[in-house]
Design a protein around this ligand. Structure first.
Ligand code: PGA
Length: 251
């Protein structure tokens, strides 16, 4: 059985008081949920420690949104995988489309970041997905395959054993336009087949999350698809009640 994961990506949102409110509402729930689904939250880096402390003992997985591609030294403003590991981070997003587009993150940088994470035993959550123009031009699979293969070809199956993949069509992120369960399932099956070209057992074990406007209304049907093992949730993960309901809709 593949692990089911719901990860909340807070992006550049939140504050100390927000975390106090959020954790007081969700702490006991996460503990109950943790038997059937791994719940992960990725707040801005400055709040990782506070969030980790607030949910300590609940089974919540602490997630970072980004990591440096180098291990240490003169890289002003960067945070290393060792530092994330030092404060208990277990998961880290890599290659989110906002980083790829707004910060020019290339596949090569994604590979360097994944290498840092693997070295520190932090689980990479590799984000892939096509833009609307690419989908309209029938290039969706081509784009997603290239993003996947950059990472798959750089590491061994053993190194990638814990990797999580998140399929996030760029046109669905923050737009309210969720991919239909059929579109999402088709791409998830394709992603699994690309991973299987490298290793069938890796493909079988690899959790593939869907992301892009996941909401209380759309979560259950998406999570019911054969190759959808959970969600990467942005906007809705900032509303404690919605996030709880989304986690509960995973069976
Ligand atoms: P969204 O964001 O749920 O707000 O669309 C998802 C993400 O970017 O991870």
């Amino acid at each position: 059985m593949r692990q089911k994961i719901i990860a909340g990506n807070w992006k550049m949102n939140g504050s100390q008081s927000f975390i106090d409110d959020f954790s007081s509402q969700l702490q006991p729930e996460i503990e109950k949920l943790s038997e059937r689904v791994k719940v992960v939250l990725a707040p801005p880096a400055v709040y990782l420690q506070q969030l980790g402390d607030a949910f300590s003992g609940s089974g919540l997985g602490l997630g970072a949104q980004n990591v440096a591609q180098d291990d240490k030294g003169a890289f002003t403003g960067e945070i290393s995988a060792a530092m994330l590991s030092d404060i208990g981070v277990e998961y880290c997003l890599v290659g989110h489309s906002e980083r790829r587009t707004l910060y020019s993150e290339t596949d090569q940088m994604v590979v360097a970041k994944v290498a840092q994470l693997i070295e520190k035993k932090i689980i990479p959550v590799l984000c892939v997905g096509e833009t609307l123009a690419e989908r309209d031009a029938d290039q969706a699979e081509l784009v997603v395959r290239a993003q996947l293969e950059a990472v798959l070809s750089a590491f061994s199956d053993v190194e990638l054993a814990s990797m999580v993949i998140a399929y996030e069509p760029v046109w669905a992120i923050g737009t309210g336009k969720t991919a239909t369960p059929e579109i999402a399932q088709a791409m998830h099956a394709f992603i699994r087949s690309v991973v299987a070209d490298k290793s069938a057992s890796l493909a079988e074990r690899c959790a593939i999350l869907y992301g892009g406007s996941v909401s209380v209304a759309t979560a259950a049907e998406l999570f019911g698809q054969l190759d959808i093992d959970g969600g990467l949730v942005g906007g809705a993960s900032l509303k404690a009640d919605d996030f709880k309901k989304i986690c509960e809709s995973m069976d």
